[in-house]
Design a protein around this ligand. Structure first.
Ligand code: ZN
Length: 299
């Protein structure tokens, strides 16, 4: 475990989260559509090196390689029965580079389907699916649970409830993926407004709330979005993890081309808007993280 409580530390200073995991695994040879979580046991040194690079770049928080780690999601790869092992391994790998002065965020992504009535999964089933993943992340040494890239506040709330139901009490963090609509407002893919999404997470007891990813957002959009989140987050700390700019396609590949300098500028704007944790999502690299953490520490 980290030496200090994450929330106590946040009361004294802003913290730097890490950068992308998925795009880094792809850069190291993970084939699209394959399960990156198998690398937690088959290619542990690659995963550890990605964490170490972010940590030396200045990240205080290390996010586990477990985004698609619910047994529901793993089932698509025929790996549902290895959920405990793969999530626990994810946290154990992150624990070493995090050390006593860093915090491990146990990463939980969306389960990848709809709750009833749109889908077949009931809230109780989903709570149980999330709880299994979260227990394994905690067993591996996670200091907090990060429910990220959320679109449906009902799913986020169930994730928070699952985290709170675990034996070890750790902070629950929720970040949503917002898009910008034609009229200029921000909504999740499910059509939920910023106010509703953030309020419901706050009411359910998430101590840190914010946004990550968001495929059609440019860096200025994240700053605008952050201001709206801060306005409704109440006592919760706000965390923003932008992609490395708005992606475009080149020769069939998705390209993120924000420079480290642009990410640093955005970081300063986010912090002065009241954001307390800044990191990076898709397309961010250790070079971006150096710039983000410098901007954060020069405050
Ligand atoms: Zn992302």
């Amino acid at each position: 475990m980290a030496q200090n409580d994450l929330l106590t530390e946040l009361a004294t200073r802003p913290l730097c989260c890490d950068g992308a995991m998925g795009t880094q695994l792809l850069a190291r040879g993970l084939k699209g559509g394959k399960c990156g979580m198998l690398w937690n046991v088959d290619r542990t040194s690659d995963v550890r090196e990605i964490h170490e690079a972010y940590r030396s770049a200045g990240a205080d928080l290390v996010t586990t390689n477990s985004f698609g780690g619910s047994r529901f999601t793993l089932d698509r790869h025929g790996l549902a029965d290895r959920a405990d092992e793969l999530n626990r391994a994810a946290a154990e790998i992150a624990r070493v580079p995090a050390g006593e002065t860093g915090w491990v965020l146990g990463d939980v992504g969306p389960f990848g389907d709809f709750l009833q009535p749109l889908g077949e999964t009931t809230p109780d089933q989903l709570r149980d699916i999330f709880r299994q993943q979260i227990e394994a992340l905690l067993a591996g040494g996670a200091d907090a649970i990060l429910l990220e890239t959320m679109s449906d506040p009902a799913e986020a709330v169930i994730g928070i409830e699952a985290a709170k139901a675990c034996e070890t009490s750790v902070p629950a963090i929720v970040t949503y993926a917002f898009q910008k609509t034609a009229s200029g407002s921000f909504r999740t893919m499910m059509g939920t407004t910023v106010d509703e999404a953030i309020q419901r997470a706050a009411d359910s007891g998430a101590q840190i709330i914010g946004a990550n990813c968001g495929t059609r957002l440019n860096l200025n959009d994240y700053v605008e979005l952050a201001k709206q989140i801060v306005a409704v987050a109440g006592h919760a700390y706000v965390m923003i993890q932008p992609n490395a700019g708005r992606p475009h396609t080149e020769d069939g590949r998705t390209v993120y081309d924000a420079t480290p300098e642009q990410m640093a500028m955005t970081t300063s704007q986010l912090l002065s808007s009241g954001v307390r944790i800044v990191g990076g999502c898709c397309g961010t690299t250790a070079e971006h993280l150096v710039a983000i953490s410098r901007a954060l520490k020069s405050l």
